[in-house]
Write a protein that binds this ligand. Structure first.
Ligand SMILES: [Zn+2]
Length: 179
């Protein structure tokens, strides 16, 4: 997963407590939350041959930050043959992950498209009290907005609220997201 971000995304030019035209506060590069706490900074030696684990071949200076929104991230300064690079490395995200799921009603040629932060658990909940076997077939990153887009996209296949006819078109769409 690409977890590098531009340092600019962590700079708060708009609302800085100490901004006197020189200093700029930091903010969560994901959500912009402006309360952060410093963790222990450290230095990783690159020994001039990429050992520091970044794109360049030299040393890396790391300042780990914890945001009150729940994210943690690092300000990194990498040194490569006279060039110094700055970037942010995201550790834990503060954004809750959710998925749009595709659950198959086995034998009925129907697929339910819904949204959940835990599709594996959701299919178990639905299976309780269901006469047919339900199987989680696919999931993709997405929220309630993505779910609405999917419902609209496959509107012509809609059988009932969240259930859709398992046409080839829908199955083809699910292909990259199969579990
Ligand atoms: Zn955040």
């Amino acid at each position: 997963m690409e977890n590098r971000l531009s340092l600019a995304q962590a700079l708060n030019f708009n609302d800085s407590l100490w901004n006197d035209g020189i200093m700029t506060d930091l903010k969560c590069p994901e959500c912009g939350h402006n309360n952060q706490h410093l963790l222990q900074p450290h230095f990783v030696s690159g020994n001039d041959n990429y050992e520091a684990g970044w794109n360049g071949r030299g040393d890396l200076v790391i300042v780990p930050i914890e945001s009150e929104c729940g994210s943690n991230w690092e300000i990194c300064l990498g040194f490569h043959k006279g060039t110094t690079s700055s970037f942010v490395r995201l550790g834990r995200s503060c954004k809750p992950k959710s998925y749009v799921y595709f659950i198959e009603a086995v034998g009925l040629d129907k697929i339910k498209i819904g949204v959940s932060d835990n599709p594996e658990k959701r299919v178990q909940q639905l299976a309780t009290g269901s006469a047919v076997t339900l199987r989680l077939k696919a999931k993709m990153s997405g929220d309630a907005l993505t779910e609405r887009e999917m419902h609209k996209k496959f509107q012509h296949l809609q059988v009932d609220r969240e259930w859709f006819y398992a046409a080839k078109e829908l199955k083809d769409f699910m292909q990259p997201f199969l579990i």
